[in-house]
Design a protein around this ligand. Structure first.
Ligand code: SF4
Length: 340
């Protein structure tokens, strides 16, 4: 049994992870929201209203409108792979294929790409096209178990195949059924995700009697325990590895590592990366003399050296701020603190 550090022991399952997950952990995968097109309406859908069923494309948090922009944004974070998601990427097959081709052509065949789909539209023809364009791994989120038939088709065209499903109280038997059937149809792995409790799905979840966990904010109460039941079953019965992905893992590890990577690679000379994946710098406003380059309207930016900033403020009659922001293109503010 291969284990990757204490975090994985007993929680994630202890087996070797799928390649797509391996790259996700250090934040080396870009998340490509290829389109909001989807033929389903899952009660637990966590996709925001600004994206679901809309013809929009994002790379991580950034909206993009062309393939070129998408490849540039993926390169900006030095990604070694990408996950294509939506919506259902197969409900926007032409765009999905175009993105796949652009990434493989621009970043090389070794750039690892996995894709999530319900399987509703996974015809042999569409799977062949995806395999031909170099898709490395496909993960089925079978909103109906009859869509699991697509696993055999995907295997037949040479794709690595897994299933990925949400887990919450009451879904344990369904999860076990999906894992068992996926295994007998030739899937290589199964991931179960702790169900998120977020703004887009809160109303639906409450209507079904689910509550937000008090101990684990933004997750469904009891989802962790439900996952443990499935993992216990899997330990004794599953022929394929079953991993559990806790919801906080996304924020506390995966997203933070992705931001850390981006902050290191895409910082200006005055921006200092932090251990949380943010950037910090100093800003002078209201200068009586021009002493440097304007980095934001009305601001001159410097490294966040408080002693130096205070001296400059006194000399040039400026206000001084320490700014912390996420390394998004627009530098989304985390804090803006006046120090003089
Ligand atoms: S298939 Fe996915 S995107 Fe579509 S409604 Fe269900 S969870 Fe949301």
């Amino acid at each position: 049994m291969k284990v990757r550090g204490d975090f994985y022991k007993g929680i994630i399952g202890g087996y070797e992870l799928a390649r797509g997950c391996e790259l996700c952990y250090p934040g080396a995968k870009a998340v490509i929201f290829v389109s909001g097109a989807c033929d389903d309406s899952c009660f637990y859908c966590p996709v925001s209203r600004g994206r679901l069923y809309r013809d929009v494309m994002f790379v991580n948090e950034e909206p993009v409108s062309t393939l070129e922009e998408a490849v540039i944004e993926v390169s900006r974070m030095g990604a070694r792979g990408a996950s294509i998601t939506g919506g259902d990427p197969l409900a926007a097959l032409d765009r999905t294929v175009a993105v796949l081709r652009a990434l493989k052509e621009g970043l090389g065949q070794a750039f690892h790409i996995h894709l999530y789909t319900t399987g509703r539209q996974a015809s042999i023809e569409s799977l062949k096209v995806l395999a031909r364009e170099g898709l490395d791994e496909i993960r089925f989120h079978p909103v109906n178990t009859k869509f699991l038939k697509a696993i055999e088709k995907a295997k037949n065209v040479g794709l690595e195949v897994g299933v990925e499903i949400p887990i919450a109280p009451g879904l344990e038997e369904w999860a076990i059924k999906v894992i068992s059937e996926a295994s007998s149809r030739g899937a290589s792995f199964a991931n179960i995700n702790e169900m998120e409790f977020a703004e887009p799905n809160a109303e639906n979840l409450l209507a079904r009697g689910y509550k937000e966990s008090r101990l684990r904010p933004f997750t469904v109460e009891g989802a962790l325990e439900a996952a443990m039941k499935v993992l216990k079953w899997a330990d004794r019965n599953s022929k394929i590895p079953v991993h559990f992905c806790p919801a906080p893992f996304k924020d506390s590890i995966q997203t933070r590592n992705r931001f850390k990577r981006l902050a290191e690679l895409d910082r200006a000379w005055y921006e200092i990366p932090t251990k949380d994946g943010t950037l910090i710098w100093g800003e002078l406003r209201g200068l009586t003399h021009e002493i440097g380059e304007e980095c934001r309207p009305g601001s001159t930016c410097t490294p966040p050296d408080i002693g130096m900033l205070k001296q400059l403020a006194l000399k040039y009659g400026a206000k001084v701020y320490i700014v912390e922001a996420l390394p998004t293109r627009s530098r989304l503010l985390v804090s803006f603190q006046e120090i003089l």
